[in-house]
Design a protein around this ligand. Structure first.
Ligand SMILES: NC(=O)c1ccc[n+]([C@@H]2O[C@H](COP(=O)([O-])OP(=O)(O)OC[C@H]3O[C@@H](n4cnc5c(N)ncnc54)[C@H](O)[C@@H]3O)[C@@H](O)[C@H]2O)c1
Ligand SMILES: N[C@H](CO)Cc1c[nH]c[nH+]1
Ligand SMILES: [Zn+2]
Length: 440
């Protein structure tokens, strides 16, 4: 019988128990960080040689040289052509919906002119080259190809470099077909911290990128965190999480399966239910026990639920929303009557799914919004992957002759106040016009 933690918000020590549940087990966390830092240092030092060794070790890919880690475009096209029609249609439908949603995020350059002719603005530029991490250790993720590549393309990024591990040496045709549909420029069959390192530092075979985006397991998330600064990263999108708030009036089988849906990603995934209805919590627990045996990935689900899940009885839905804000989950389902009323109270969540019919799984594949989302409480300050992650902004300042007098005076006073003489004189030259030979 599966053992899942039962908590009640009225219990003494509830806050501490919840905090402990949310934190990664610190010994494990430290072990992952140490492994990742060794791998990154090795990739930086030995490049392709190390990349090949780790890829052979972790993914059991039998490549003779680092050059074999890259797949030719013909392989992507072959995968696309070989797909059964229903899979190709589903992929293309999902791509079209994800594209339609993300096009709305495209930021444009803007500027305005002040009465004295000074022009101010913001120039928006796409990144030149990005690395897209598509997970592939315990499952294959064609949907993550769409979620990574479509916003990058919409932003106008010139070069998309995708990495994905060939677990047990095997590539996945749906993943490669998705790369073909999205017109990804180059695909490497590498994963984990070694792939992140290769993209961040560059090796002979793998080009250095400007930014690495995409989800992955704890090793990938830790590696992305470590290389930030050498390259940009989108966010920490680690092991999946689902938090369900239910008023007790949704079919318990549906809720149990929603919890499974994220638990089946990874032993480190986290699934939590909050409900004020004690009887409903018992029904969900019974449904979990009953449905688990039939799940092909029951071992992963069981490990995830036993280690990191909780069924929590709360006083009421107000308290459930307050706890949700504290958890700041990657995914939040509001399986309640009038979800549009309760969503007003939610401030921190990667994606919010409203109503009994909105299963989180729809967001994973095809609703339209991105499924690359912040985890481990980082939804308090991070957002879903979007077109904005592939665009950057430069400020534009063009001061007119008239404007240089007005701004020059302000700047000069402030510069003197800061004790920065050169700043002051640089501003003053423009409006006093007494010193340079060309002005004479
Ligand atoms: N937050 C999000 O937006 C989001 C979206 C999709 C998936 N996910 C998560 O992505 C993850 C996918 O994980 P995955 O494992 O299937 O694929 P993955 O590609 O993220 O990880 C596989 C790689 O991990 C490395 N690895 C595994 N065990 C290791 C060890 N002991 N030491 C060093 N390296 C090791 C290997 O290099 C391997 O290639 C899951 O946790 C899933 O929940 C998150
Ligand atoms: N739930 C994942 C994000 O945590 C995304 C995904 C892809 N495929 C299935 N699920
Ligand atoms: Zn999922």
């Amino acid at each position: 019988m599966i053992q899942i933690k039962r908590l009640s918000s009225t219990n003494a020590g509830f806050d501490e128990t919840l905090a402990k549940l949310l934190a990664f087990e610190s010994a494990q966390d430290a072990k992952v960080s140490a492994t990742v830092s060794d791998i990154l240092a090795d990739i930086k030092k030995r490049g392709d040689e190390a990349l090949l060794e780790y890829t052979r070790r972790f993914d059991r890919l039998k490549a003779a040289s680092a050059l074999e880690l890259e797949l030719p475009q013909s392989r992507l096209q072959q995968a696309l052509q070989s797909l059964p029609a229903d899979q190709r249609n589903a992929l293309e439908n999902a791509a079209q919906r994800v594209r339609a949603y993300h096009q709305k995020q495209l930021a444009q350059s803007w500027s305005y002119v002040e009465p004295d002719g000074t022009l101010l603005g913001q120039k928006v530029t796409p990144l030149d080259r990005v690395g897209l991490y598509v997970p592939g250790g315990k499952a294959s993720y064609p949907s993550s190809v769409l979620m990574n590549a479509i916003p990058a393309k919409a932003a106008g990024v010139s070069e998309l470099i995708m990495v994905t591990p060939a677990s047990n040496g095997e590539t996945n045709d749906l993943v490669l077909a998705a790369a073909a549909i999205c017109e990804v420029d180059r695909v490497f069959t590498i994963g984990g911290a070694q792939a992140v390192g290769a993209l961040a530092y560059g090796t002979q075979a793998v080009p250095q990128v400007d930014k690495i985006v995409g989800p992955g397991n704890a090793y990938v998330a830790a590696a992305k965190r470590s290389v930030f600064g050498i390259v940009g990263i989108d966010m920490l999108a680690g092991p999946s999480e689902i938090l369900v708030i239910c008023d007790g009036r949704t079919n318990p089988d549906w809720i149990a399966m929603d919890l499974f849906s994220q638990a089946e990603h990874d032993e480190m995934a986290q699934a939590i239910l909050l409900s004020p209805d004690a009887r409903f919590i018992e029904e969900v627990a019974a449904s979990i026990a009953r449905q688990l045996e039939a799940m092909p990935r029951k071992a992963v689900i069981r490990a995830s639920l036993e280690n990191r899940a909780a069924l929590i009885q709360v006083r009421d839905l107000d308290e459930a929303c307050a706890i949700a804000n504290r958890i700041a989950p990657e995914h939040l389902e509001l399986s309640v009557e009038q979800p549009e009323k309760w969503v007003e109270k939610i401030r921190h969540a990667g994606a919010i799914f409203l109503g009994r019919y909105t299963s989180e799984a729809l967001g994973d594949y095809c609703a339209g919004p991105n499924h690359v989302l912040p985890t481990s409480r980082t939804a308090r300050f991070s957002s879903p992957l979007g077109v904005y992650d592939f665009q950057k902004r430069s400020s534009i300042i063009q001061v007119s002759e008239q404007g240089s007098a007005k701004l020059g005076e302000i700047a000069s006073i402030l510069a003197h106040g800061e004790g920065l003489q050169a700043h002051a004189m640089s501003a003053e030259y423009r409006y006093k016009k007494t010193i340079t030979s060309s002005d004479a």
